[in-house]
Structures are given as C-alpha cells and as structure tokens.
Ligand binder design. Structure first.
Ligand code: ADP
Ligand code: ZN
Length: 606
C-alpha cells in the first residue's frame, strides 16, 4: 500500500496546544501588558492611607476601588473592595488625592478583562477553526487513509494542475465523446432541464499505451474536479478479503466529493465474466457484485462519473456493460499517421529539437507504434543526442531511435564472418527487391545489415505511404511474397538455406492463415469464419472454430498459398539477378543504404 501517511494527531493534541498558549498568555503576557502591578489591600489600609495623605489618584468602579500611592511613581496600583462610605469623596478631597481624568478613562480593569478573557477566547476559536479546516483538508488529501479510511483510492490529480485535452494528441474521436462529460460537469443543469441523464460509466477500450489513463485525467483536468484513481488489480491483489469493502469506501468518498471522476484502470481484473465453475474466484466475484450494486445505487445525475479502462473488453462480464452501468464505450485506438505525427510533436516540445526535423517522415517510419512507444522514441532520441555531446536532437537521432525501439541497440562488437555478412546482405536485398518489383508493394525506407541486440542481423524497413485501412487479396499475397524474398535470394545465390528466415516464416504463415480462416479469401471456404480472435488488443491470438477435417484442409491451403508466393519471389529474383548482385554488393560494402539509394541503383540502366 502506497499511502502517504501523515502522522496521526488526535484532536486533543491541538486543544492541548491552545490551552498551553492561553496559560502562557495569562501568566506572562497579560501582566506585561498592563504596565503596573496590582496589589490587593484591605479597606482599613486604604482608609489609613487617606489619613496619612499617601493617596495619589483614585478610581471607583461598581465593585472595586483602584488607587495609587504618592511615593511609587504609579507603578503599583492598589485595589480594595467597595464599602458603603458616604464621606469617602470628601475625605479623599481633603487628603489631596487627584481624580485625574486620565486614570478614570483608562478603565484598566475593562481592558484587562478584554485582554485576558475575550482575546484568548477569540484566538481559541480562530485556532480551533483553522485546525479543523486543516484536518479536513488533510483527510481529503490522503483520502481516508487518515483515521477511518480503508480504501486506497487517493485524490490523484490536483484538478487545476492536471492534464488537459491538448496534452493528448490525436484520438480526436475519443476526445469528442469525453468533451460531453466535461460539459456536463461544468453545467449539469443544462442536462437535467431536458431530463437527460449522463451515463454513469464510460469504458475506454484500446491497446496498451494509447493514452487511456491520460484521457481520463484530462477529463478531470478540463472539468476541474477531483480525480480518484484505482487499478482493478489493486482491488483483487492488495486487499485480499476486502475487495468489496474497498469498492464501498471508494464510492462513499466519491459521493462526498461529487462532482468528481472515478477512474478504474484494468477493470478486467475485477470485471471478468463470472462463470458457473464451482470454486470460482469468490473474492473477485464479491468485488464485482459490490461494484454492480454501487453503480445501481446512485442516480445518473449525482455528478460521479466513472471511467474505466481495459484492453480486453471481450472478457468483461455482460452485467457490467449493460445500459445503466458502463453503457458507453470509447474506443482508443492505435494512432494513425496524422495522430502519430501529432503525438511526436507533443512530446518533442519537452526536448530541444533542431528546426529542420521532419516529424511526418518519422511518423511514417514508426507505423504501428502506440503513443507510449512514440514518447519513448522521442526520449531515446534525446538520450542519443546527449551521448553524442550535442545540445539539440536531430533527425538522425529520431530515426536511429525508431530502430532502437523496433530492433534494439546496434550490437557494436558482434563480428559476422565475411560469408555471413554476404548472406545477410543478399537476404535483405531479396526482401527489398521483391517488395519493390511488385507494383503494389510499398517502397523501402532503409536497409541495414548492422546486427541489433534484438538478434536481428539486418532488416528492411518498409514504409507505407499513408495509412491503409483495406488491403486487397493481391496486396496480401505480395506481402507474403516479400516475406519469402529473403530466403529466396539465399537459395538462388548460395544454393543453401540458413536459419535467418525464421521470423519471415512466422509472419508469412500468420498472414496466409488469416487470409484463409478470417478474411474469406479462399474459394473453397467462402465467407465462413474458421477462427475467432480472442483479444484483438493484446497480440490477437486466435482459436479455431472448425472440425478436425477442416483443420487439415486449412493447413494444406496455407502451405499452398505460401509456396505459390515463394515461387513467385524466386521468379522475380532470378529475372533480376544482376540487380540483386549489384545491390547486395553495394549493401555489403556500405552496411546501411537508404530507400533512395536503393531505387536509384534499381532504376539505373545497366
Ligand atoms: P494506457 O492507459 O492506454 O495504457 P497511458 O495513458 O498510460 O496509456 O499512456 C502512457 C504514456 O504514453 C503517456 O504517459 C504519454 O506519455 C504517452 N501517450 C500515449 N498516448 C498519447 C497521446 N495520444 N498523446 C500524447 N502522449 C501519449
Ligand atoms: Zn528476412
């Protein structure tokens, strides 16, 4: 538990301090304030002092007589009780005492009363108020970790200093859906007047690192409301046996702080489908049931908006996603080309980049990267600039860092034998050449044969011109041909095959399989789904949905498909054998060539 515990101080502690202050005030400060010392004497002494003409000045109040004597310079004030003494004034006059206006007006006892009773009282009350305000503030801050609390939910973002929509680049659709929530939190009357009620819960759905947490924080930041955040796994893991009570506490707090945002990350950890299996996860089910109860228990318009994030929406319990609970789903997808460029620019604001950095190119190179990966790329580039003793980040830094994020760092001391290097060069040129010569394939951006820490001995970076949402059967087949191009070049030139093609084989197989089982691209199976995707945002593993016989057939078709494309690649390369040799030799010598160099040599007349 990561609670920020401020030392517990019982209320009595503060009152103790106040009392002490009072005592000190009365014993030391008050006597100092009244400049003179007061001595109480009996009435007899007073009378004899009058007789002896020792009285200087006198003041008579309702109950007391205050007087000073002649020889002590008024530093001592005497006091005595008031008696029925009709001739007192006369005798005083005779004794030569003065009734100076000065002493009458100071009304020192009133002042003393004021100083010693009223002022401390005022201080006491003010201090008490201040303390209790402080206390509630602190309780808010650590949310209930103070004293009575059991929940780990903490007010996470100081709403004003929080993240805003502008900090989340791209994701325009998601922002649009969430803007309505912000508007509602600003101006709930507008909605209640029409009788519209806000959704209680919104589910942010998408792959990891696409900015779901950021978006939730941005909603709180824009609406200027408190942000409670807890992770679904925390409910289950951290508080064994008390998940349900955590949920209760969280909602109790949230209702007190309404309007506010409650963010539940990884809601799939508690919201998984309940199954009827005996001895299932009781703990988790209780937690989930409590969550459902809480969500039913408050009206749509009480100002508590629950945002939840998950990357496995299909595993959520249907009870959780039905209307009245998380009834709205906000997809937060991987950014497209434009989005990637915007995200790069947002993060580039935090670093010192050269003016001529072309973010569009970088975004194109980083196809498929998530927001978190792009943030990482920018940071890697800045680190590289520092390593090279530069003060600004250049285009080369960014390009290199994409490769670092994709393929790992350059392996400085990996020594390939000459023959190996040659094989790798032919292999990579094989990929690039097959890609370039099939009219529909995207041109290459860069080819390199410098080994990387990821284990890649070289790679060909293909660059899509823009984002593609639909791929034709022809394009998919060309892709498979390109995957097989590396191995095809090795076969053609060296008459031997190596282990270097294992990743290509995996990719080609996956694609060919999907074409047959999911895209309906084989004549025999027509538009029948033979596989279903289990979790589209996490790797996308599939499970078969067909008979064993059909499985055999699928396997055979996959093999046929890949073999056809492999043959095609071999054909293409043998038809352009001179170019293959020329380019491979060039790459072998230079180790890294750009797409332009490649195309220039390819298009050069022999
Ligand atoms: P998720 O919750 O979807 O896994 P996060 O919101 O935690 O992702 O994002 C992780 C990090 O990635 C953020 O801190 C931010 O630096 C970066 N990031 C992700 N998406 C974006 C985006 N759209 N704009 C700017 N930065 C982003
Ligand atoms: Zn390869």
């Amino acid at each position: 538990m990561k609670e920020v515990k401020s030392p517990k101080r019982p209320l009595i502690y503060y009152y103790g301090i106040v009392l002490l202050a009072l005592l000190i005030f009365n014993l030391i400060v008050a006597p100092m304030l009244s400049s003179s010392q007061i001595v109480e004497v009996d009435y007899g002494t007073f009378m004899s002092m009058i007789e002896n003409q020792e009285i200087d000045s006198v003041e008579i109040t309702d109950t007391q007589i205050y007087f000073t004597d002649t020889d002590t310079d008024n530093t001592t004030v005497y006091t005595t009780g008031l008696m029925q003494d009709a001739t007192l004034t006369e005798r005083l006059y005779e004794a030569g005492a003065t009734f100076t206006s000065e002493i009458e007006e100071t009304t020192s006892p009133v002042l003393t009363i004021l100083l010693s009773v009223v002022l401390p009282l005022v201080i006491f009350v003010a201090l008490g108020q201040y303390m209790s305000k402080k206390l509630t503030e602190q309780m808010g801050k650590n949310s209930m970790s103070f004293g009575m609390g059991k929940s780990n939910a903490k007010v996470y973002v100081e709403s004003t200093a929080g993240i805003r929509f502008d900090d989340v680049a791209g994701e325009e659709e998601a922002k649009e859906s969430l803007a309505e929530i912000v508007d509602y939190l600003h101006n709930p009357d507008k909605y209640t007047q029409v009788g519209a009620s806000m959704p209680k819960g919104l589910l942010l759905v998408g792959p990891p690192g696409t900015g779901k947490t950021m978006l939730a924080k941005a909603v709180a930041g824009e609406a200027n409301v408190p942000f409670f955040s807890i992770s679904g796994s925390e409910f289950v893991e951290m508080f064994v046996g008390m998940g349900a009570s955590k949920v209760r506490d969280l909602f109790k707090q949230a209702k007190e702080k309404a309007p506010c945002i409650v963010f539940i990350d990884e809601i799939d950890a508690i919201g998984k489908k309940r199954d009827s299996q005996l001895g299932g996860n009781d703990e988790r089910e209780q937690t989930l049931n409590q969550l459902l109860t809480e969500m039913d228990g408050f009206e749509g318009n009480n100002g508590v908006i629950i945002l939840a994030a998950t990357n496995r929406p299909e595993s959520l319990d249907p009870a959780l996603t039905r209307p009245g609970r998380f009834d709205r789903r906000v997809p937060v997808e991987l950014p497209d080309l434009q989005g990637r460029e915007a995200i790069l620019k947002v993060h580039a604001k935090k670093i010192k980049a050269a003016d001529d950095v072309d973010y569009h190119t970088i975004a194109r190179m980083a196809s498929g990267a998530s927001g978190a990966e792009l943030a990482n790329i920018v940071n890697e580039a800045a680190l590289r600039a520092v390593r090279n003793n530069r003060t600004v980040v250049t285009q080369a830094d960014l390009e290199e860092s994409i490769e670092v994020v994709i393929a790992g760092y350059q392996k400085k001391n990996a020594v390939l034998s000459d023959q190996e290097k040659k094989v790798v060069a032919y292999h990579e040129i094989g990929h690039a050449l097959v890609a370039a010569l099939q009219t529909h394939s995207a041109p290459v951006q860069k080819i390199t044969i410098i080994p990387r820490t990821s284990g890649a001995l070289g790679y060909t970076m293909q660059v899509e011109q823009g984002d593609k949402y639909l791929l034709t059967k022809q394009e998919l087949e060309n892709k498979i041909a390109t995957y097989t191009g590396g191995r095809a070049a090795e076969e053609l030139v060296f008459g031997e095959i190596t282990t270097g093609a294992s990743n290509d084989i995996e990719q080609a197989t996956k694609l060919a399989r999907a074409m047959i089982t999911r895209y309906g691209m084989s004549e025999d199976f027509d538009m029948v789904a033979l596989e279903t995707v289990n979790n589209q945002y996490l790797g996308g593993d599939t499970s078969l949905a067909c008979s064993a016989d059909t499985q055999n057939e699928i396997d055979r078709k996959v093999i046929d498909l890949v073999r056809t494309q492999h043959r095609k690649a071999l054909d293409i390369l043998s038809q352009h054998r001179e170019k293959l040799d020329e380019l491979s030799l060039y790459l072998y010598e230079k180790e890294t060539i750009t797409g332009e160099e490649f195309m220039e040599i390819l298009n050069r007349e022999a």
